[in-house]
Design a protein around this ligand. Structure first.
Ligand code: SAM
Ligand code: DTB
Ligand code: SF4
Length: 314
């Protein structure tokens, strides 16, 4: 897939683009089904990295208190609750450039316990070498989340404490370890449509495209450099979801952060364009998520059903 081909799709008349994306969505998924994931911050704040969007970077005054890594028993309580409330996927996020060996051991123990209660697992712990990725695979982890966030060209405008290549190296290590990958980005950081298209083309051209693609709308965090950035055109947001669906027909596209700011109608358009997973639960990492009662109401009005977890046979 070239940039030119993807750009032609992105620039289609909006209705044609949506029709095309929805047709592809329908061929590959039940369009009335959503997967729900619950997210938990298992280690919060005091991060050495300077990601301009993030509440947890120690480079900015955001008022986030540092919390050390939660232990297995604490995390398991949240996982059981998530399962009870109908989530089929449990995602754990940790602040930091990369995990310490002690933190990795602890997360591996936690993953083993969560798998026993029958949830799909995803973790995001920052940069990993190949041995660390293998340890996670051996613990039974399903997915590793590691976002490229934006295009290669725009990356250094957002983060300077690591490079885009560092991110790609980790994605390769995770893939080589046999894990499924969850890789996406953030829209609304001042990037252009060209950056958004380039980001998706890069993902579609990976040896195996990510099975899971989170598309976050920037949550503006007071105290970060992106606090007062330019507003995102919501139709460009929907176009990006549609392009992701067309370029990666079989992947889960996750309408991730930013739903509290979205109307019900905008979310419905995103689902029509191919988004088929959301975070379900009161909180994301450091910010509020859409409440489960608002979600339940929306899903009911749109006749959307929550997907049931089916363990894949190896
Ligand atoms: N520290 C690890 C890392 O950066 O890879 C994992 C946690 S980090 C918070 C996970 C992802 O959350 C980031 O890569 C970014 O895409 C997303 N994210 C963080 N803050 C956000 C914000 N304010 N708005 C939208 N997405 C955000
Ligand atoms: C992803 O792409 N989005 C999630 C998850 N992966 C870890 C994180 C969203 C964070 C939103 C801002 C916050 O709550 O701090
Ligand atoms: Fe740290 Fe991850 Fe936030 Fe960047 S996104 S500041 S690496 S927690």
């Amino acid at each position: 897939m070239t940039f030119e081909m993807a750009n032609t799709i992105f620039q289609l008349p909006f209705m044609e683009l949506l029709y095309k994306a929805h047709s592809i969505h329908k061929e590959n998924f039940n369009p009335n089904m959503l997967q729900t994931s619950t997210l938990l911050s298992v280690k919060t704040g005091a991060c050495s990295e300077n990601c301009s969007y993030c509440a947890q970077s120690s480079h900015y005054q955001t008022g986030i208190e540092k919390e050390k890594m939660l232990d297995t028993i604490q995390i398991l309580e949240y996982a059981k609750l998530a399962k009870q409330k109908g989530s089929t996927r449990f995602c754990m996020g940790a602040s930091g450039r990369s995990p310490t060996e002690k933190e990795l051991e602890s997360i591996c123990d936690t993953i083993k316990e969560i798998k026993k209660i029958g949830l799909e697992t995803c973790v995001t712990l920052g940069l990993l070498n190949d041995a660390q990725a293998k340890k996670l695979k051996d613990s039974g982890l399903d997915f590793y989340n590691h976002n490229i966030d934006t295009s290669k060209e725009y990356y250094s405008k957002v983060i300077t404490t690591r490079t885009f290549e560092n991110r790609l190296d980790t994605i390769k290590n995770v893939r080589d370890a046999g894990l499924k990958i969850c890789v996406g980005g953030i829209l609304g950081m001042g990037e252009s449509n060209t950056d958004r298209i380039n980001m998706l083309v890069l993902l579609a051209n990976l040896p195996i495209p990510p099975e899971s693609i989170p598309i976050n709308q920037l949550v503006r965090i007071p105290g970060t450099p992106l606090e007062n950035g330019e507003e995102l055109d919501t139709f460009d947001f929907v176009r990006t979801i549609a392009l992701a669906r067309i370029l990666m027909p079989k992947s889960y596209i996750r309408l991730s952060a930013g739903r509290t700011q979205m109307s019900d109608e905008l979310q419905a358009l995103c689902f029509f364009a191919g988004a088929n997973s959301v975070f379900y639960g009161d909180r994301l990492l450091t910010t509020k998520n859409t409440t489960p009662s608002r979600d339940d109401d929306l899903f009911q009005r749109l006749n959307l059903e929550k997907e049931v977890f089916v363990e894949m046979q190896a």
